[in-house]
Ligand binder design. Sequence first.
Ligand SMILES: *Cc1c(COP(=O)(O)O)cnc(C)c1O
Length: 395
Amino acid sequence: MDVPGDFDGLAAELAERKKQHLYRARSVVGSPQGVETIINGQKFLCFCSNDYLGLANHPDLITRFKQAADEYGVGAGAAHLINGHSHYHHELEEALADFTGRDRALLFSTGYMANLGTVSALLDRKDAVFEDRINHASLLDAGLLSGARFRRYRHADVDNLASLLAKSANRRKLVITDGVFSMDGDIAPLPGLAKAAAATGAWLMVDDAHGLGCIGNKGRGSVDACQLSQTQVPVLMGTLGKAFGTAGAFVAGSEALIETLIQHARTYVYTTATPPAIAAATLVSLKRVKTDDWRREKLAALIKQFRQGASELGYKVMESSTPIQPIIVNKSERALALSEALKKQGILVTAIRPPTVPEGAARLRVTFSANHNEQHVNQLLEALDNAFRQVDRND
Ligand SMILES: *Cc1c(COP(=O)(O)O)cnc(C)c1O
């Protein structure tokens, strides 16, 4: 296709993406993250954030953040290995190790970087990596970047993994899975994966971005919910920008693992440490995560109410007990139309399309926060009913 002003075919590619209903565009937000957000000056009831526990805008976190900024300024000013590793970073690492029941923890600036850095530090061309087919993009990228032999197993299929592991004669073998799958909301079969890994001398790495804070005793996550030890899950990764409501990520495990990452994880070594005030605020957030059981109880009630209501209305909700409650609508075009129809009713739910999810599996990814209430869920269900009727009538 010939597009005026094209830059070596980029504009034509973009136009094609639009035609396939796969084009992404950003909305400009003019308020804190919350149940109600202002977008382009208009207020929306929001069901698409990862702020599961409703901590991103919590007054205690904000106060601590401001105090720490007064003490330590804004930027860390250096990488951790130079002189950017503040007393707050150190204290948070110790608290996260204690929280996850691991020997040590190491902070990274983002979850994406934690995954890239960790897998590349552990594996090279002599090794093999085994990943669930629908793992988060950062895990798939991490496996590819490491140069290790790359194998994907069928989603949550322990037998498929075991047979791939049995065929591998590589030096190191690393099995990697999401704890809670980010676009489906289901929990990985962790005990089975741990057993299959142990049987062949492979390591298991769990990315618990969506499990930490939400499930397990005191929010200790999916690995805790299955009571798996550091030996069974030697590499545990968590993020702080979701249920914790702040920013950054960490990897927890043995002394040898953490020291190896400090030496070799390039996304740790060659980057500026996150602002110390973020670490200080995260310490407060961790306290809330541990003590505020009511937030998890509230979520459970909202999830139950939504699933009941949605199935009464006849929607295909996925098998999920977590705050991620996707409704499969198959076609990207339909997902966009539904999302748009919800928006017209003041409700924000994002349409998730390929390549984020498989071809033909576009969905409305509904997520809940502890700050939602029963009335909000009723509003959502009513708006969904209207949206489906409207969109499917025009089909
Ligand atoms: C969000 C997410 C990440 C990335 O974390 P960031 O801190 O946002 O970079 C990694 N893994 C999973 C499963 C995620 O959902």
